[in-house]
Design a protein around this ligand. Sequence first.
Ligand code: PRX
Length: 635
Amino acid sequence: MSENLPFEERYYQPPYKQLYKQSLEEPEKFWREMAEGLEWFSPFDKVLDESNAPFYRWFVGGKINITYNALDRQVKVRRNKIAIYWENEKGESRQLTYGELYNEVNRFAKILQDLGIKKGDRVLIYLPLMPELPIAMLACARIGAVHSVVFSGFSTQAVIDRINDAKAKLVITTSHTMRRGKRVELKRIIDEAVSQTPSVEKVLVIKRDEEIELNEERDVLYQDLIKRTGYKKVEPEETLSTDPLFILYTSGTTGKPKGILHLHGGYGLWTYLTTQWVFDLRDTDVFFNTADIGWITGHSYIVYGPLQNGASVLMYEGVPDYPNPDRWWELVEKYGVTVFYTSPTAIRSLMKYGEEWVKKHDLSTLRILGSVGEPINPEAWRWYFKNVGNSSLPIVDTWWQTETGGIMISATPGLGNYLLKPSANGLPLPGVDADVFTEDGKQAKPREKGYIVIKRPWPGMLAGVWGDPERYVKTYFSKFPGVYYPGDYAVRDEEGFFYILGRADEVLKIAGHRIGTREIEDILISHPAVAESAVIGVPDPVRGEVAVAAIVLKQGYQPSEELRKSLIEYVKNNLGPIVIFGGLYFVSKLPKTRSGKIMRRVVRSVISGQPLGDVSTLEDETSVDELKKVIEEFT
Ligand code: PRX
């Protein structure tokens, strides 16, 4: 038979490989084409300005406002589609269509204008995961003001530091949030903070369900202003691509948090594209990202990425295991969630309750699962894959940072790349020129541990550290001159898959939350009883990592169980309840070098029972013996 049968030797190549290649070989053409995905008020003159490297600027001369792409553009085609579903622990719910969200943001923007907020002014937002949080952010961005959201799990001192660094004119807050059925007071923290923040002129308070006590000179009630103002449309400010959009504070290796700055154009494009590439968002999707908007994950993948793509997002104000450990699965079923994004810590904490809680629900609408914030261990990966993913769904293990603006390394179902290896993050996204360097700045061999680096700029990258250009250069571009240094250890296998292994610096990831050891030390030594402290991170089976402190007390103070508890409480009250301790030990001296520097490396080795390594610079070896003894007595 000489019939023509339809055999084919070539394969269909999913677009990922081709796009990746093109992005590095013809970057100018690539980014020009990609930028066409967004609507611009006026076109840019230059794709990338490298003249003042490493202060790279994207789409220079172009005018664009991220809220135009997230709202105005969407209401033209999907006014009645749900933009935000919201629900709290009690099961109360709200929903906003794109049309309603557009109206709310316009009203809010008008109120900001009436309060004297202008383009470039900083507004600090301290709100829980309620719809007014994204509304307030978008309202700021709409008028060209710069928002700085502080996660509501941070406490007074953290709020004070951030307001003062940003010199915020206005603070937006509400009375409280509920956590495991208990009230968490928020306005009280702002009341304490603003007595120490001279830049703040007004506090805009959003009323929840009850009357709130107001300070007549300083506080204004959002609901009152709305009544007075009514509805007014506010045209979006025609901001430049290079105008500031927001500052988000994150922890580094010093006590002072860094204000990471992102701009309208580059950040807008990066969140828009990565949402498509990684989560493959389509019009019919309901995206549930369990992160808080107070962190970058929520900024990029609850607010800006999904809304610029016209998607529906679900916001849940509560914890996953209250009232029962199936709260999230109940929501997935109720809202028909299709794409679900969470953290390894959350998975590990739900694993403890057993898989029956997942089995109670129909999760058949899900089609993509995601993980973010810290390395996912194989047991958690398998549990997630088997129980939530029905042993069939892809898990995108997305590596990125506050500084990178959006996802950098991951599988990309939206580009046809579903290749997964448990515990590997995957391949770099188009435009991401990632590599692994050894200590001396050479490319690491496959399977050789080194530092991940990004060798050329990408649109979502931070534009700087607020008010501190030197720190930007020093932190990110000095370990390996000319390349971006994220501060994570990594390895790559023969196929080019990246495995991110964890932080290479003094930054902790407690339950996925980024906290600097120095930040905790600074709070501890502000306590009247504490003379010196050394804080390190130790592995924790559920939270990934927890803090351990070694403390030297001031004269006149005696170690006691009560003091231990009150120091832990003190850190939680000042920095925030997100700081979780695995131990707090009292010693009479800390291991130091002869020049008086605390040797945290030695403290870490003793606490984790590891060999001490080189201790030739140690001034007094009895400090190590004492610490060992204290730990032994305690455990
Ligand atoms: O150590 C990496 C870890 O989280 C750090 C960034 O923290 P943050 O700026 O708070 O942003 C978190 C959410 C994007 C990184 O330097 N990290 C984040 N995602 C992963 C990860 N580590 C391993 N795998 C991940 N998927």
